[in-house]
Ligand binder design. Sequence first.
Ligand code: PEP
Length: 251
Amino acid sequence: MRTKMVAGNWKMNKTLQEGVALATELKEALKQQTPKCEVVIATPFIHLASVAQVIEGSPIRLAAENCADKAQGAYTGEVSAAMVRSTGAEYCIIGHSERRAYYHEDYSILREKVLLALENGLKPIFCIGEVKEEREANIHEQVVKDQLEGSVFNLTAEQFAQVTLAYEPVWAIGTGLTATPAQAQEMHAFIRKTVAEKYGAQVADDTTILYGGSCNAKNAAELFANPDVDGGLIGGASLKAPDFCTIIAAR
Ligand code: PEP
């Protein structure tokens, strides 16, 4: 049985005090509502250690939104996978489309990040997805296949088993344009088939594939009702505890 998951991606939002308050509110809310899935919050680096203390003893797991593509050393301003792990974080988002687009993270950089995350005991939440022009050109399947081959299909099956995939059509992120449940299911099934071709049916069946892109309290249930949609990676709607809790309850 693969893990069902709802993960929040706070992006570059919330001061440290606001982030601690949001994590506290979420922890309190989840005392009234036992989650039926893994609940993860991905916070900015500077929040990690404090939020780790807040959520201790709760069902909430912690993620970073990124990590460096180098192990350690003279890389001013970077934060390594080992540093992330030392805060208590268990997951790390890698390959988010905003990192690919604004910080030019290409396949080989992301390959290094995934390997370093795994070497340091972090489970990657690896994001893939096409931009609008690629969908219009009907090459969206090839795009996500290339992204998988470029950065995670170098892994052994044992390593790949630690990876959660997040299908995030870039045209749906932060735009209010959600993929339809049918579009999401079609792509998730394609991704699972692609994983099966590489690692076999059992690994593919065990792979958690999240949907991300304007998933919110209103549309989560119909997206999660699809057999290959194992949960969501939630941006904007994870910044409000009641909305995030409704999404968790939908899974
Ligand atoms: C994301 O950033 O991963 C995301 C899915 O954002 P949003 O939910 O705001 O579209």
